[in-house]
Design a protein around this ligand. Structure first.
Ligand code: BTN
Length: 233
């Protein structure tokens, strides 16, 4: 069960972090909103959060944000498959893609002994509600809300998958991560602070979810959230 549901909120991550700080929320406390006025993305970016999307956060025990976001990506892909019967892919490290466009983003924010993990899914966001500048790169699972699986049921599936994976000792999710990964074998640009700093072919994603890219100068291993990857032309 989702602990709290809002029609609109500034940011579910911000709200939940505040609650944790005040001792009002602990492990597995979860929040769902149907719209955010100040959605937060990775690297300090905004995350467009119109109605139609689902925006949720959950408090989890402290774990490396790399591992946790990778687990969350597997949890989301599984929930989309189980509830919607739609196949999506993971773009390292924590974006979910459908037909070459982003359908979900994940943000892990550590605090005290916890991580507040946020997930934003374009669930039944109408194309007209996706900001113009994002329409070439973002997509929704459904366009409009006719005959879509119940949104709260879907959000609960995502949260329960994440809670299950966050507490597992098994490494099986890593195979799922690799199998569903869109980048393996792809030609990519490596972006640091907005600049292309290298390019190459993704050769593997290792046990620690680090990305190995074969470049002209050898192999680069990327394991930080400060690096982005773009498909090279
Ligand atoms: C990204 O793709 O850059 C990460 C986006 C994470 C968005 C989610 S929506 C729910 C939670 N609340 C926020 O303000 N951000 C995360």
């Amino acid at each position: 069960m989702i602990s709290e549901v809002f029609q609109e909120i500034d940011s579910t991550n911000k709200y939940l972090k505040e609650k944790v700080k005040n001792g009002e929320a602990g492990i597995n406390h979860s929040v769902l909103a149907f719209s955010q006025t100040c959605g937060r993305g990775r690297l300090g970016r905004q995350f467009a959060s119109p109605f139609g999307g689902l925006y949720m956060s959950v408090v989890l025990p402290m774990e490396s944000s790399m591992t946790l976001t990778a687990k969350a990506a597997v949890a989301v892909v599984s929930a989309i498959r189980e509830v919607c019967n739609i196949e999506t892919s993971i773009k390292w490290v924590n974006d979910i893609y459908l037909n070459g466009k982003k359908v979900c983003g994940i943000l892990a924010e550590g605090m005290q002994n916890y991580v507040v993990l946020g997930i934003g899914v374009n669930y039944c966001t109408r194309t007209k509600d996706i900001p113009h500048e994002l329409r070439d790169i973002a997509v929704s699972l459904y366009d409009g809300n006719q005959n879509v699986p119940d949104a709260v049921f879907f959000a609960e599936k995502i949260i329960s998958n994440i809670i299950e994976l966050s507490s597992t000792d098994s490494n099986d999710w890593k195979k799922e991560y690799q199998t569903n990964s869109i980048l393996l074998g792809k030609n990519v640009n490596i972006i640091k602070a907005g600049q292309i700093t290298g390019c190459g072919i993704v050769s593997s994603i290792d046990e620690n979810c680090a990305l190995h890219v074969k470049t002209q100068n050898g192999e680069t291993v990327l394991n930080t959230g400060e690096v982005s990857i773009r498909f090279a032309n």
